[in-house]
Write a protein that binds this ligand. Structure first.
Ligand code: SD4
Length: 335
């Protein structure tokens, strides 16, 4: 799968990337490898820009097309995420997402705009574009979150088409899983794909979105961090925005995306804020971090960006200054 592979050096020495010598993500002298990762992740802004979790260059390209045409960040993140929701090969998002243990594909998504308005859907079934339903919740209801059958009925009432989201490939994977049916609520490099996207438009306004089918073979009814405002996503147009991927339970327990934004409010760079939010997880007494992955990406109002994860193989896709590239994230567990 494309998102498991990394475009290595091209992105680390990326075209047009300025090395910000004042921006360091750790107290010790950074290694050469880390310097180039930090440099790539903290480019000074030229707007518009868009970043997303994992390797999703088609999605960031769509978002940038909207931004370049003078569109706003909210439209950009929605339509960017929709590319991955419709991509049947992505088995953690929208159509083609891996089901829960009972064979049901259930989606979680949210969206947040420059005014702090937000909408979210949880345990949504049979509707591919969960992110767009979340936007409708934000714009057309007095609520923030709709769940399950109510969310689906709302979507259908808004003209969304109900369809079967379980593709043959995902059904086959589920059938294979059922042979042993080992339930390990662990997300690692093999089963990530949730897309979280943050954009700043030409006016300097920020929006974000996040959409997922969640943890493969989860318990029926399980909801992760991705639709929880403050956990999977947070946008504060004065400060910046952050979005998470990985084992949602760990993100929820630390209100991760809100934490990253608040750390930026206190003066940390996006890179430093992502690193601190990861350290809150791994430094808990008895943390089992060796067995799960969490990754954050963030952008501040100046358009500086950062990304960090517990383990290797997390990446961010960034489109800025005409360059749409995958940037390998620095990570905590080097042992
Ligand atoms: C969840 N955070 O449901 C999501 C899963 C994820 O890549 O990010 N997968 O917990």
């Amino acid at each position: 799968m494309k998102r498991r592979h990394f475009i290595k050096n091209a992105s680390l020495t990326g075209v047009g990337l300025a090395v910000g010598s004042t921006i360091v993500g750790c107290a010790e002298t950074p290694s050469e490898e880390k310097k180039s990762i930090i440099a790539a992740a903290t480019t000074k802004a030229s707007l518009p820009l868009v970043i997303a979790t994992w390797h999703v260059i088609d999605a960031t390209a769509k978002a940038m097309e909207i931004l370049q045409a003078g569109g706003n960040a909210l439209d950009a993140v929605e339509q960017g995420c929709m590319i991955e929701e419709a991509n049947e090969k992505g088995q953690s998002v929208g159509k083609g997402g891996l089901p829960d243990r009972d064979g049901n594909v259930t989606l979680d998504a949210c969206i947040m705009d420059k005014h702090g308005n937000c909408g979210s859907v949880v345990y949504l079934q049979n509707i591919t574009h969960a992110v767009s339903v979340a936007r409708k919740v934000m714009e057309d209801t007095p609520h923030v979150m709709l769940a399950g059958e109510g969310a689906k009925q709302f979507a259908v009432s808004k003209g969304f088409e109900a369809e079967d989201l379980l593709t043959d490939a995902s059904k086959q994977a589920w059938e294979k899983w059922k042979v042993e049916a080992k339930y390990k609520p662990i997300i690692n490099i093999e089963n990530h794909d949730t897309i979280g996207m943050l954009a700043i438009d030409k006016n300097g306004d920020i929006s974000g979105a996040c959409t997922t089918s969640g943890l493969a073979y989860k318990m029926g009814g399980r909801v992760g961090d991705s639709p929880i405002i403050g956990s999977g996503l947070f946008v504060d147009n004065e400060i910046g925005a952050a979005v998470a991927t990985g084992l949602g339970e760990e993100v929820v327990k630390t209100v991760g995306s809100f934490l990253v934004v608040e750390l930026m409010r206190q003066g940390k760079t996006p890179q430093e804020a992502c690193e601190e939010a990861i350290s809150r997880i791994v430094n808990k007494p008895n943390s089992d971090y060796k067995n799960f992955q969490v990754g954050y990406i963030a952008v501040n109002k100046k358009g500086e960006t950062g990304s960090y994860s517990i383990h290797q193989w997390f990446s961010m896709t960034k489109f800025q200054d005409g360059v749409n590239e995958q940037i390998q994230s620095d990570y905590f567990n080097k042992s």
